[in-house]
Design a protein around this ligand. Structure first.
Ligand code: DAH
Length: 342
């Protein structure tokens, strides 16, 4: 019996040493020390022993039980420690590693040019105002001297939202709102989106950007318009840039002009950008039509004014030599990232 006990001890210790996880350890504990375990099975036979043998073997059995119990709890501690070590290793975090940097955004090229433009006009005393993109027919056309049956309505393909409601086709609509709500002297620019039912191609988009300008005061003449726009062109394109006025027609100005600047690419010699002409058209302008002033409650015999509408997209594509206007609206990061920090 002593030998059997010794054998159980050896086997138990060996099995415990080989055991690698908590479940297995528990199974071993039951196998050797449990109520139906091997040790108990032997102890049940103690009754067969003589009175002298019994305490001796009992002592041995107790030793074996103690040894195995200690071995089980020691092994349990070891396994727990090993598990913790493994977990820590897996969750290692190097706090000295540099973090992921969040990308720094930049201004959209349209906004870079617009900011410059606002700086220029603000330094000349202009206020910046805002106007609604959804306009009534009255502000977008009628008040701008374009009655319902006027052929000039064909100049712009309009998105109608209802009988009387449109997506504004021109920031000129904002002129009227300003003249209605302010008294001269007036000096404002109004940048914003405008909409026209145009097919999309490299130079057309159904949504684009204009910057409207309006000056109304006593004694304003075409010379003021010319001086103002020359100043603007020199600041945007450089002092060597020439400006030319071409007679044109807009219903809300009389006289009306289209304004060209010498091509910044070739300096006026003629190139691909200016289609060989040496000039690039950047805006429409003119002296505010007396009908328009009158409609806003401003007496055209006392006051006069000039207005202009700059195409911001064109200004931006020529400045940065962007060959396709669609790039301005697609928000491709590879395109936009080129303007970071400008
Ligand atoms: N609204 C015109 C357009 O979209 C541009 C324009 C021309 C605006 C002459 C003006 C102006 O204020 O006086 O084509």
């Amino acid at each position: 019996m002593r030998e059997q006990l010794e054998k159980i001890k050896q086997q138990g210790l060996e099995a415990l040493r080989a055991c690698t996880d908590g479940k297995e350890l528990d199974a071993l504990r039951v196998k050797f020390l449990g109520k139906k375990g091997e040790l108990t099975a032997i102890l049940k036979q103690m009754g067969k022993l003589s009175a002298e043998e019994r305490p001796v073997i009992g002592q041995v059995a107790n030793d074996v039980r103690q040894t195995l119990e200690q071995a089980v709890s020691a092994r349990l501690e070891e396994l727990k420690a090993r598990e913790l070590e493994l977990k820590l290793k897996l969750e290692t975090l190097d706090v000295t590693m540099p973090g992921k940097t969040a990308g720094v955004g930049g201004l959209h090229p349209l906004n870079i040019v617009l900011d410059d433009l606002i700086d220029i006009f603000q330094s000349m005393g202009f206020d910046v105002v805002d106007g609604p993109e959804v306009e009534t027919d009255y502000y977008c056309f009628e008040a701008l001297n374009v009655p319902k049956d006027h052929p000039a309505r064909d100049m712009q393909d309009t998105f109608y939202l209802g009988d009387n409601l449109v997506l504004r086709t021109q920031t000129s609509a904002a002129q009227i709102r300003v003249m209605e709500s302010r008294t001269p002297p007036i000096r404002i620019i109004c940048p914003g989106r405008v909409y026209r039912a145009d097919e999309v191609d490299a130079t057309h988009s159904p949504v684009f950007h204009q910057v409207e300008g309006l000056v109304v005061d006593k004694g304003i003449t075409m010379c003021d318009l010319k001086g103002c726009l020359e100043q603007f062109a020199h600041e945007i394109y450089g002092p060597e840039t020439q400006v030319r006025f071409r007679p044109s027609f807009f219903p809300f100005t009389e006289p009306s002009v289209e304004v060209d600047v010498t091509c910044s690419e070739c300096g006026g010699k003629g190139c691909r950008v200016c289609k060989g002409t040496g000039w690039i058209e950047i805006l429409g302008a003119g002296m505010v039509h007396p009908n328009v002033l009158r409609g806003c409650g401003i007496d055209p015999d006392v006051y006069s004014g000039f207005a202009f509408g700059i195409g911001l997209d064109r200004l931006t594509t020529t400045r940065y030599k962007i060959s396709d206007i669609r790039l301005l609206f697609e928000n491709d990061q590879r395109f936009l990232n080129q303007f970071q920090g400008r």
